[in-house]
Design a protein around this ligand. Structure first.
Ligand code: CMC
Length: 392
C-alpha cells in the first residue's frame, strides 16, 4: 500500500494500522441482532440458532423476533399477522409510479424507487422515534412484496393478483409471484420459500445493512436508509448473486456439462457466482440448510436437473478452489423449481432482508452516533494552483 501524504498530516492520520481494504475484519459498530460465527456458535438471530429457526419457526415469527426483540407468543403472532394483512394497501402515489414504470425496468430498480416513493407518501416518515420506526418497518414488510408482484405483472401484461388474508407470508408471496397455491406441491414450495426467507432475513454488517446503518446514522428517515440498502444489495457480489447463479445453471444446461463449464470459467479468472464469502471462509451454515430443502423439493417436483447441476458445480469448486457455496447458491435451485422469474430472485431477498435492515436502522437510531470514518490519502502532495489562462 503506497501513500503520498500532504506535508504534515495530522497525528491521527499517520496511524493507519487499522486500515483494511474493504473493511475486512474491521469492527464498525455494536449490534444485538445477529452473531455470524464460523465456529461452534454458528449463526444466531438474537441468540437463537438459525437451524432451529429454519426448522421450527415461520418467517413471520422471525420477522417479529428481529423487529420486536423476542419471539412472539400466539396472541402477539396473530396480532402481527393481522397488522401485515391490514397494511397490504399501497398509497395512490405508488400506483401512479407503477403505472409509469418502463417495460424493460429491472424489478430491483422498481423496488428501490418504490420504497423511495413510499417514503414521500408517508406522513410518519420524519418521525425517528423507536415506535414510529417499528410502525414503518411493518408497513414496508407488508408493502414491498406488493410492489414487486404488481410491477412484475404489470410490465408483463399479466392480471394483478390480490394478496389473501388466509395465506401465510410465504404462501402469499408464492401466490403473488407465480399464481400457485392450495395443492400439495404449492404447499411444499411455500415451505421452502419460507425457509429461504428466514435464512435471508439478517446477516450482521453485510454491505447492504452497513449502507443502511451509515445512512441512518445521519438521522435521515428510515425510507432513505432502506433505499441505500436496496441499491447495495442489487450488486452481483452481494444479493444479485442469486439471479446470477440461476443464469449460470441455465447456461450450463446439464450435469454433464458442469465440470467443463466451471473449469473454463476459472481458467478465465472469472468468479463462479454463489461461492465464497468475506466472513465465512470455511462454509456457510445457511447453505447446508437450504441445500437440504432444495434437494427435497427436487424430489417432490420430480425435477432433479437443477440440483444435479448444482452439486456438480459445488464438487468442482470445493475440489479446485476450496471454496464453499454461500446462501445464494442452492437458493437458486429452489427458486428455479418454484418457477419464479429470475429477475425476481433478488427482490425476494429484499422481501426478507427488509426485516434485518429495519431492525438495524432502529438499533442505529436508538443509540445513534454519526458514522464518519477517515480515508488514507493516496493523491499528489500539495501543489501550486495554476490559473485557467496559464494552464497548458
Ligand atoms: N469464484 C472464483 N474464485 C473466487 C470466488 C468465486 N466465487 N470467490 C473468491 N474467489 C477467489 C478469489 O479470486 C481469490 O483468489 P486469488 O487469491 O487466487 O486471487 C480468493 O478466492 C479470495 O477472494 P477474495 O476476493 O479475497 O474474497 P472476498 O472476501 O473479497 O470476496 C465475495 C467475497 C463474496 C465477494 C467473493 O467470494 C465473490 O465474488 N463471490 C461470488 C459472488 C457471490 O456469490 N456473492 C454472494 C455473497 S454471500 C451472500 C450475499 O451477501 O448476498
Amino acid at each position: 500500500m503506497s501513500t503520498i501524504m500532504g506535508e504534515s498530516p495530522s497525528t491521527e492520520m499517520k496511524d493507519c494500522s487499522a486500515y483494511r481494504p474493504g473493511l475486512e475484519g474491521v469492527v464498525t459498530g455494536e449490534s444485538a441482532l445477529c452473531l455470524v460465527d464460523e465456529g461452534e456458535a454458528g449463526l444466531l438471530y438474537r441468540g437463537y440458532p438459525i437451524r432451529e429457526l429454519a426448522e421450527r419457526s415461520t418467517f413471520e415469527e422471525v420477522a417479529y423476533l428481529l423487529l420486536f426483540g423476542q419471539l412472539p407468543n400466539q396472541k402477539e403472532l396473530t396480532g402481527f399477522s393481522t397488522d401485515l394483512v391490514e397494511n397490504t394497501v399501497l398509497p395512490r402515489l405508488i400506483e401512479v409510479f407503477l403505472g409509469a414504470v418502463p417495460s424493460g425496468a429491472h424489478p430491483m430498480d422498481i423496488v428501490r424507487t418504490g420504497v423511495s416513493v413510499l417514503g414521500m407518501a408517508d406522513a410518519d416518515a420524519a418521525d425517528h422515534s423507536h415506535d414510529a420506526n417499528v410502525r414503518k418497518s411493518v408497513r414496508l414488510l407488508a408493502q414491498i412484496p406488493l410492489i414487486v408482484a404488481i410491477s412484475y405483472r404489470l410490465i408483463n401484461d399479466k392480471p394483478r393478483i390480490q394478496p389473501r388474508g388466509d395465506l401465510s407470508f410465504a404462501e402469499n408471496l408464492l401466490y403473488l409471484l407465480t399464481g400457485r397455491m392450495g395443492d400439495d406441491q404449492a404447499r411444499a414450495m411455500a415451505r421452502v420459500l419460507d425457509v429461504s426467507l428466514i435464512l435471508y432475513a439478517e446477516h450482521e454488517f453485510n454491505a447492504s445493512t452497513f449502507a443502511a446503518r451509515v445512512t441512518a446514522s445521519t438521522m435521515t428517515d428510515l425510507y432513505s436508509a432502506i433505499t441505500s440498502a436496496i441499491g447495495a444489495l442489487k450488486g452481483p457480489l452481494h444479493g444479485g448473486a442469486n439471479e446470477a447463479v440461476a443464469e449460470m445453471f441455465l447456461d450450463i444446461g446439464s450435469r454433464e456439462r458442469a465440470e467443463a463449464w466451471v473449469r473454463r470459467t476459472l481458467a478465465k479468472k472469472q468468479r463462479v457466482m454463489g461461492f465464497g464469502h468475506r466472513v465465512l471462509r470455511k462454509g456457510d451454515s445457511r447453505s447446508v440448510i437450504i441445500q437440504r430443502y432444495a434437494e427435497s423439493l427436487s424430489r417432490i417436483c420430480g425435477d432433479h436437473r437443477w440440483y444435479e447441476i448444482a452439486t456438480a458445480v459445488d464438487h468442482v469448486m470445493q475440489h479446485e478452489k476450496d471454496l464453499h457455496p454461500n446462501l445464494d447458491f442452492y437458493t437458486a435451485v429452489a427458486y428455479l423449481l418454484m418457477e419464479i422469474p429470475r429477475v425476481l430472485y433478488t427482490p425476494l431477498f429484499v422481501c426478507s432482508r427488509i426485516t434485518g435492515w429495519c431492525a438495524h436502522v432502529i438499533e442505529q437510531q436508538d443509540h445513534n452516533r454519526l458514522m464518519r470514518p477517515r480515508a488514507l490519502y493516496t493523491g499528489p502532495p500539495r501543489r501550486e494552483y495554476v490559473p485557467l489562462d496559464r494552464r497548458t
